[in-house]
Ligand binder design. Structure first.
Ligand SMILES: C[S@@+](CC[C@H](N)C(=O)[O-])C[C@H]1O[C@@H](n2cnc3c(N)ncnc32)[C@H](O)[C@@H]1O
Length: 230
């Protein structure tokens, strides 16, 4: 496989923060990681071995507290779901939800998605990638911290099976335009809405607390879906 020959960028798309971790989240990280967590090894991830079956694999980058990921997994038991997040309280929250709902089709990776994609996700192994409300890094001098960069999106495109899709949602117009411009540089991705355009909100994307808060503040949301064509 697959190690992508590119340097992992030094500038991170997130700020390391532990926030306030609750007792329950701590307990979940301690007791449930064995069941749902993926400890990354040198080798690329073997999704069929991870889930014990061959099913479509969908991956969410930066799942926050896991609301959307859980709902997708609950309503699509025929698919397998992987979430990547750096924020441990959020991972703890997701683990608690997985335990309560007794979901068996979700696995969790704690780490930087940039590195995980470059070093661990095999080419043509995913059926969908979701990136819902990535940190927009609005100030110009911080744009380099945005997760959506040409190298990263090329890497995500490579991880998709032919016809697989990457779905991005953002409530920051400048970031939506940035995502359009970056994806347009990747020859293997086709904008399903036609060039320079957005799709209407897909039904399957859950309205999360994050988005509801934005709606209350009058934020608009832009959804972008790109398909792997070659
Ligand atoms: C604005 S929040 C959105 C959370 C969630 N998707 C939602 O819609 O509620 C962005 C999330 O992405 C995570 N994140 C940022 N950079 C990341 C990276 N490189 N790898 C994994 N997660 C990342 C952050 O920790 C944060 O939880």
């Amino acid at each position: 496989m697959v190690k992508v020959e590119r340097p992992i960028r030094a500038v991170r798309s997130y700020v390391r923060r532990e926030g306030r971790i609750t007792k329950a989240q701590r307990r979940a990280l301690r007791e449930l990681w064995r069941r749902y967590g993926v400890d990354l090894a040198q080798e690329p991830i073997d999704f069929a071995a991870l889930f014990g079956r061959r099913a479509p694999v969908m991956l969410e980058i930066g799942f926050g507290n896991g609301e959307a990921l859980c709902e997708l997994a609950r309503t699509h038991p025929q698919n397998d779901y992987v979430g990547i997040e750096v924020y441990r309280p959020g991972i703890g929250s997701l683990l608690l939800k997985l335990e309560t709902l007794m979901l068996r089709n979700v696995r969790v990776i704690c780490g930087d998605a940039d590195k995980v994609f470059a070093e661990h996700v095999p080419a043509a192994s995913l059926d969908a990638v979701y990136l819902f409300f990535p940190d927009p890094w609005p100030k110009k001098r911080h744009h380099k911290r945005r997760l959506i960069q040409p190298d990263f999106v090329a890497c995500v495109a490579r991880s998709l099976r032919p016809d697989g899709c990457v779905h991005i949602a953002t409530d920051w117009q400048d970031y939506a335009e940035h995502a359009l411009a970056v994806a347009a540089q990747i020859a293997s991705l086709e904008n399903t809405a036609g060039q320079h355009d957005y799709v209407s909100r897909p039904d399957e994307r859950l309205l999360t607390r994050f988005e509801r808060r934005g709606q209350a503040l009058g934020h608009q949301v832009w959804d972008l879906v790109f398909r792997r064509v070659v």
